[in-house]
Design a protein around this ligand. Structure first.
Ligand code: GTP
Ligand code: MG
Length: 215
């Protein structure tokens, strides 16, 4: 299956406000989901680096918008997680507008990977996010992570169940595990597909699918 051949990946910068976002024309793909669901781990798996993005077993680890470039052609944006009850109210008041401002105002944004835990039902926040993306015509992909935690029939049943729940959005979730690497190619394929459907000013579809980039 086609996936991106990652030649280089690098941390670009962190930001809170739009004036701090990178001033570039690269297409951006953002990673969103509940706190602790595995957003940062997914980015590390995609670029095959254990520590490009810092991960933590403590929820609420990623607190800024973090921008990473891949092959100097795509920018992956790690977003802070939502729905973590134990962060202080003043902190959560800062987070929501930070994420919403980015999602609704960033012209580089070409798609959002919404990450769900294979073992859990989508939350109100997850569904609200998908609704917001739909309203704003921002392409959404869904990745079901932590598939390694499922055993036996559950491995087939959970993705099917989540697909049924998301059918109104017309989304087929991609099963994934940062532990086993299962689904990595499938996630890249979905990301590239999204980028090639939305013409980007910085990197054209032919660059992203060019010789040597896709393996
Ligand atoms: P915040 O930045 O706090 O919102 O979290 P995050 O969504 O970036 O999650 P992160 O990648 O930091 O992972 C959270 C915890 O889940 C860490 O302990 C990871 O090791 C673990 N984890 C992430 N992905 C997987 C996976 O596919 N399988 C298993 N078993 N654990 C995972
Ligand atoms: Mg994180």
């Amino acid at each position: 299956m086609a996936g991106l051949h990652v030649i280089s990946s690098a941390f670009l910068k962190s930001a809170v406000r739009p004036d701090q976002y990178p001033n570039h024309s690269l297409p951006e793909i953002a990673f969103a989901g509940r706190s602790n669901v595995g957003k940062s781990s997914l980015i590390n798996a995609l670029v095959r680096r254990k520590k490009l993005v810092r991960t933590s077993s403590t929820p609420g680890h990623t607190r800024l918008l973090n921008f990473y470039t891949v092959n100097d052609a795509i920018c992956l944006v790690d977003l802070p997680g939502y729905g973590y009850a134990r962060i202080s109210r003043s902190t959560s008041r800062q987070w929501k507008p930070m994420i919403e401002t980015y999602l609704t105002g960033r012209t580089n944004l070409k798609g959002v990977v919404v990450i769900l835990d294979a073992r859990r039902e989508p939350t109100r926040d997850d569904l609200d996010l998908l609704e917001t993306l739909k309203k704003r015509s921002i392409p959404a992909l869904v990745v079901i992570t932590k598939m390694d935690k499922l055993k036996g029939n559950q491995r087939r049943e959970r993705p099917h169940h989540l697909k049924m729940l998301l059918c109104e959005h017309g989304i087929t979730p991609v099963p994934f595990s940062a532990v086993t690497g299962e689904g990595r190619e499938g996630v890249w394929k979905a990301v590239l597909n999204t980028l090639n459907h939305v013409p980007a000013s910085g990197a054209s579809g032919s660059e992203l699918h060019g010789e040597g980039l896709v393996v």
